[in-house]
Design a protein around this ligand. Structure first.
Ligand code: SAM
Length: 274
């Protein structure tokens, strides 16, 4: 086993600890268990070596293992569905800090694997969530995860483009929409541009196309005292500030992620000081 971990470490130019984690994920065990296995079957060795070829070709590990960790949940991830990121885990944490009252009706647009909705449903046991996506692959993947987490009664799924067909009002509207400016997509790392769905990345010319639609459509759909929360591109702050000002929306704030980049936009939550 040590030889195999060393091969992975060398071929991927990663340190042996990371290589051990990768091998453990592929073999679906914990890293320390690797060294408890005496000998390794041909099947397991071949699985690692063929995954190594895919990894070297740029395929994200999550698509190889079919699993992704998001906060307390191990979710299933299918090809063609966006892999949830650590900054989105922090987004969920910030939402919980900023909401001054537990939301009971939540709408998520563009749910992907269902990660945000599942995390919010776990944190707000009284909430009912409507989770949407325009992609049928995403809806299918989210359905699997919602079922796996036993949340079918509280998280409903609808395939829809933005707000089309969505009625009612919500205490929280949340979205991590596609927000990469179109011209930047071909500069993204191979692991992203060749493997993740362009529908999940392409935010139009400036990267704010869907976000702006969601802000305007959300104004009529948030309840009294409700809020909207968006993950955004760090370079979109000025564009979005101008957009909000042009539309006379004043109750907004931008927030930073853990690396210090402005990554989130909240509309309708009070300032920290107030
Ligand atoms: C960046 S991914 C986020 C996925 C997931 N919420 C997460 O944070 O991991 C954006 C998602 O929005 C979906 N999407 C793109 N355009 C949409 C639209 N017009 N209406 C609804 N969903 C859309 C994509 O299919 C994709 O699943």
């Amino acid at each position: 086993m040590r030889d195999l971990v060393n091969t992975v470490s060398r071929e991927l130019s990663t340190d042996p600890v990371d290589a051990g984690r990768i091998v453990a994920d592929i073999l679906r065990c914990r890293p320390h268990e690797l060294y408890l296995i005496e000998g390794i079957t041909d099947g397991a060795r071949n699985a690692v070596l063929s995954s190594l070829t895919e990894l070297k070709n740029g395929m994200p590990l999550e698509y190889i293992t079919g699993m992704v960790q998001f906060r307390d949940h191990v979710l299933r991830i299918n090809a063609g569905v966006f892999i949830p990121r650590p900054e989105t885990e922090y987004f969920v944490e910030l939402i919980m800090k900023r909401m001054h009252k537990d939301p009971s009706r939540i709408l998520e647009i563009g749910t992907g694997t269902g990660a945000i909705s599942i995390a919010l449903a776990s944190s707000y046991p009284g909430a009912r969530i409507l989770a949407t996506d325009i992609s049928s692959r995403a809806i299918e993947n989210a359905r699997q995860n919602i079922r796996k987490c036993g949340l079918e009664q509280r998280v409903l799924l609808v395939r829809s483009d933005a707000y089309s067909g969505i009625r009612g009002s919500f205490d929280l509207i949340v979205s991590n929409p596609p927000y990469i400016p179109r011209s930047r997509i071909h500069h993204l790392p191979k692991s992203v541009k060749d493997f993740e769905p362009v529908l999940a990345l392409d935010g139009g010319n400036l990267g704010t196309e869907l976000t702006e639609r969601l802000i305007l459509g959300g104004l009529d759909r948030i309840s009294n005292g409700g809020a909207m929360a968006f993950e955004i591109d760090e370079d979109a702050v000025d564009i979005l500030r101008g957009f909000l000002t042009d539309h006379e929306i004043s109750a907004f704030r931008f927030e930073k992620d853990l690396s210090g980049s402005y990554r989130y936009l909240f509309i309708g939550v009070p300032d920290e000081e107030s």
